[in-house]
Design a protein around this ligand. Structure first.
Ligand code: HEM
Length: 536
């Protein structure tokens, strides 16, 4: 029927007929030709030139030449697993319908299949899993209303709060375009001019920047979303995943000891736990805030560089996720899976968080390039429900989205010839009112908003975390110019005087004795001081 049979995201479209002499294991070309010699190319005599009509060889080698697709521009290194989300049917102790009409949360015990991909961010597809980096935590819920993707990280805040800055931020964190090496001098050049990053940096350079594995880390949606109830009333929400396995992070020396022996430890840990039936679980918790500007708070609820204080906005449980099945094929499932922040179901909505809105364009844009315009027809990305569109054709069309009784001649709407029709409305639309001048301005609240929560985080770190944080910052900052170091120390001091003083002392130690720097992977200066600023 041209649609193929999809088995757990891999799938095969052959109908099993066999030619004489074939059995189920017989090797064939993609054209179905049985292959009787897979060792020798066809040549003129056994030492003679090869011929170009050799379909079998050309198909094999040219398919191999195309095995790779572009890796993700960020989050290239990852691991994935299938599982299930089970709803509690309430939010904390309250009826959940009060806040959202999303069906996946509505009844106690309701199960929704999920696929999760964990990742690190900056380096390539086979980079060590011990590197200092946020970890991605992306969940695809295959709900009865279509897919919902919650594309989060392990850390609850981010470096920047405007999507306009994202390509610059990533360029600063990625390897130097000349030396191809990650370089603390470039990272802190950017960050020292981006003070909203201080909160994230205070997590990232501490052991929180190297989770021990994927099972023992938290997840967070980071950006602010909305929930909408049946009357169309919205509230602001933040999502958090709490690991039932507990949280475990690594200091830099601990990470280096693992990396010396194993650069796949997190993938291995997840896969082996699931194979052994030791299924990891996370509880989904939400924070809720009324949908307005909240002038009483000293941060903006749409600013993703800030936490919503837990004492004012408690983390309310809504369900439990269990990962219970490994992928059957890494490429088909983990590499081709495509998550996006725009992928919401009825009852969930966007907020005006402009990072979130910028992200929402970026994900499906990159996936149309990375995987192809029909990426949503792949079994791992396709909703596990009725799909019927009037979208047609394009590269690698695998099947036509016609409904069983749809007139196949009608690929447009409206029509009176038995085409597709609109669905009934699920509830009142959420229709916020807007009035304002069109501006380019940053989210800004009273004074030094970027340092308070970073200082609080410094003070919440244990002594060991503080020590590791200062060492790691100093190692990486030792690659920066004096001017950048001074600017960073000034920013750390604004968070907390002790924080700034300890980084200053560490930098002075390394200046007097360069071997005092303990780790070197983003810390060693490749050019003499001052050269960075010279025009080439
Ligand atoms: C992946 C863009 C911020 C979490 C990606 C990808 C892009 C992207 C282009 C590659 C997607 C793909 O190839 O399938 C952006 C932009 C951001 C931003 C423009 C800011 C404006 C964030 C934030 C988070 C995040 C704040 C955490 C909440 C992730 C995750 C992935 C990802 C988890 C990997 C998804 C997967 O496993 O396939 N991002 N991102 N990103 N991003 Fe972002």
């Amino acid at each position: 029927d041209g649609t193929g049979t999809a088995v757990n995201g891999t799938g095969s479209s052959h109908d099993g007929r066999m030619a004489d002499g074939e059995n189920a294991q017989t090797l064939t070309t993609r054209q179905g030709h049985p292959i009787y010699d897979n060792q020798n190319t066809r040549t003129v005599g056994n030492r003679g030139p090869a011929t170009l009509e050799n379909y079998q060889f050309i198909e094999k080698i040219s398919h191999f030449d195309r095995e790779r697709i572009p890796e993700r521009v960020v989050h290239a290194r990852g691991a994935g697993a299938h599982g299930v989300f089970e709803a509690y049917g309430k939010v904390g102790d309250e009826a959940i319908e009060k806040y959202t009409r999303a069906k996946l949360f509505s009844q106690k015990g309701k199960e929704t299949p999920v696929f999760v991909r964990f990742s690190s961010v900056i380096h390539g597809g086979h980079s060590p899993e011990t590197l200092r980096d946020p970890r991605g935590f992306a969940v695809k819920f295959y709900t009865e209303d279509g897919n919902w993707d919650l594309v989060g990280n392990n850390l609850k805040v981010f470096f920047i709060r405007d999507a306009m800055k994202f390509p610059d931020m990533v360029h600063a964190l990625k390897p130097d375009p000349v030396t191809n090496r990650q370089d603390g001098g470039r990272i802190f050049d950017f960050m020292s001019n981006t003070p909203e990053s201080l909160h994230m940096l205070t997590f990232l350079f501490s052991p929180w920047g190297i989770p021990a594995n994927y099972r023992q880390m938290q997840g967070s949606g980071v950006n602010t979303y909305k929930w909408v109830n049946k009357d169309g009333v919205g509230v602001l929400v933040k999502y958090h995943w709490e690991p039932m396995q507990g949280i475990k992070n690594l200091t830099q020396p601990e990470a280096e000891a693992i990396q010396a022996k194993n650069f796949n430890h997190a993938t291995e840990d997840l896969y082996e736990a699931i194979e052994a039936g030791n299924f990891p679980q996370w509880e989904l918790r939400v924070q809720i805030m009324s949908d307005d500007e909240h002038p009483e708070l000293d941060f903006d609820p749409l600013d993703d560089t800030k936490l919503w204080p837990e004492d004012q906005f408690p983390h309310l449980p809504v369900g439990m996720m269990t990962l219970n099945r490994n992928p059957e094929n890494y490429f088909a499932e983990v590499e081709q899976v495509a998550f996006g922040t725009g992928v919401l179901v009825d009852g969930l909505d966007f907020s005006d968080d402009k990072m979130l809105q910028g992200r929402t364009f970026s994900y499906s844009d990159t996936q149309r390039y990375r995987v192809g315009p029909n990426y949503l027809q792949l079994p791992i990305n396709a909703p596990k429900k009725h799909v019927a569109t009037n979208q047609r054709d394009g590269q690698m069309t695998y099947h036509v989205d016609v409904a069983p009784k749809q007139n196949p001649h009608v690929n447009y709407e409206p029509s009176s010839l038995n085409g597709l029709t609109e669905s009934p409305r699920a509830g009142a639309d959420h229709e916020p009112t807007y009035q304002g001048r069109l501006v380019r301005q940053k989210i800004d609240r009273r004074g030094d908003i970027d340092f308070k929560q970073a200082g609080e985080r410094w003070n919440l770190h244990t002594d060991l975390e503080k020590e590791d944080l200062v060492n790691n910052l100093c190692d990486a900052l030792s690659a920066a110019t004096k001017e950048i170091q001074d600017r960073m120390v000034e920013l750390f001091s604004k968070c907390d005087a002790e924080y700034g003083r300890r980084v200053r002392e560490g930098l002075d130690r390394i200046a007097h004795n360069p071997s005092a720097a303990t780790s070197r992977y983003m810390g060693r200066r490749l050019r003499p001081a001052g050269k960075e600023a010279e025009a080439v």
